[in-house]
Design a protein around this ligand. Structure first.
Ligand code: SF4
Length: 323
């Protein structure tokens, strides 16, 4: 469905390029919920923007590309970086970070739905037919059709988020990208949003990519996930495997810091901070925080390698004394 082919991107600054994504290479499959996790500033959102083809100055693709391919209504399609935006809403849609602020507060929601439908979509002949279908769709999602006459400023944050997700999925896109979809919502509303995303994915049988710094979100929702650190993918695999048997030292720390029912042991955060992308350390970028770092780690960058079928990690300890 989505092939990320040795992608490297940077931001142009007056002091020179800042490399944000470094040679990221993996695939996201059809009919799965894929999670991208990692601390703030690790490149998750930049990667998601690249997936959605929002590559605008000062962001630059240094090398590699993305390929979005699949089948819809019996027709196959394939788009590369630079072309993916041609199929926005139709084959791929995006729920941005702080999506609640994306809706124009003084435009009724019905107009915002009408504006989101590409002109070339000929399924509904008239505006009335389109709005009838939108109203039916809202009901399918357990939302009131009366929302169409409301203005965004009249809705709660959680309701605005649900409306954005309805907007992003109305055209039944093959891929939905969601950037921190539950941030700034209380835990009850968060759960409702996650349930809505899971239900939609089951209904559409499409691909969802969820970026979140919250490992609990990934545990509840995703089928597979990738862990990013300082612009690189350091671990990739099935979510349950990553939580049960993390391989990379960074993933081990992330998972070990999570509270578990019945576990009364004290939890500690990960010491130190991610390196500044303007001046990253040589070798493995996790080395300054890794208790198992060796001389080799400080000199050479570990490559992502397959540890077992479908399971990848980037660490020099793999195949030595085990990660
Ligand atoms: Fe730690 Fe070395 Fe593995 Fe990096 S390569 S995570 S520093 S052991």
């Amino acid at each position: 469905m989505i092939k990320i082919d040795h992608l490297s991107t940077s931001y142009s600054t007056i002091s020179g390029p800042v490399h944000v994504i470094n040679d990221v290479d993996f695939e996201i499959y059809d009919n799965e919920i894929f999670g991208i996790a990692g601390e703030s500033g690790c490149g998750k959102t930049t990667l998601l923007k690249a997936l959605y083809d929002i590559i605008e100055f000062p962001m630059v693709v240094d090398s590699g590309k993305l390929i979005l391919s699949g089948e819809k209504y019996g027709k196959t399609f394939s788009y590369e970086t630079g072309q993916i935006r041609k199929t926005w809403w139709n084959n791929i849609s995006y729920v941005p970070q702080a999506a609640q602020s994306v809706l124009n507060p003084i435009v009724p929601l019905k107009n915002q739905f009408l504006d989101s439908i590409p002109k070339e979509d000929k399924r509904y002949k008239t505006k009335e037919q389109t709005l009838k279908r939108v109203a039916d769709y809202l009901e399918e999602l357990s939302l009131s059709p009366d929302l169409l006459n409301a203005y965004p400023f009249q809705l709660s944050g959680g309701m605005r988020q649900r409306v954005i997700i309805a907007l992003a999925t109305f055209m039944s896109p093959n891929v939905v990208l969601a950037d921190e979809p539950t941030t700034a919502l209380d835990v009850v509303v968060q759960r409702g949003i996650l349930m809505m995303l899971m239900r939609l994915q089951k209904q559409l049988k499409n691909t969802m990519v969820i970026v979140s710094h919250d490992m609990g979100v990934h545990y509840q929702v995703t089928d597979r996930m990738g862990i990013m650190y300082s612009g690189s993918l350091v671990e990739l695999g099935k979510t349950e495997d990553i939580f049960e048997k993390p391989i990379h030292p960074y993933t081990k720390m992330l998972v070990g810091a999570l509270p578990r029912v019945g576990d009364k042991s004290p939890k500690t955060g990960i010491p130190g901070r991610p390196p500044a992308l303007t001046n990253p350390p040589a070798g493995c970028r996790f080395a300054p925080r890794c208790q198992r770092a060796t001389e080799e780690c400080r000199k050479s960058v570990p490559k992502l390698q397959e540890v077992e079928p479908g399971r990848f990690a980037a660490c020099h300890l793999i195949n030595k004394n085990g990660c």
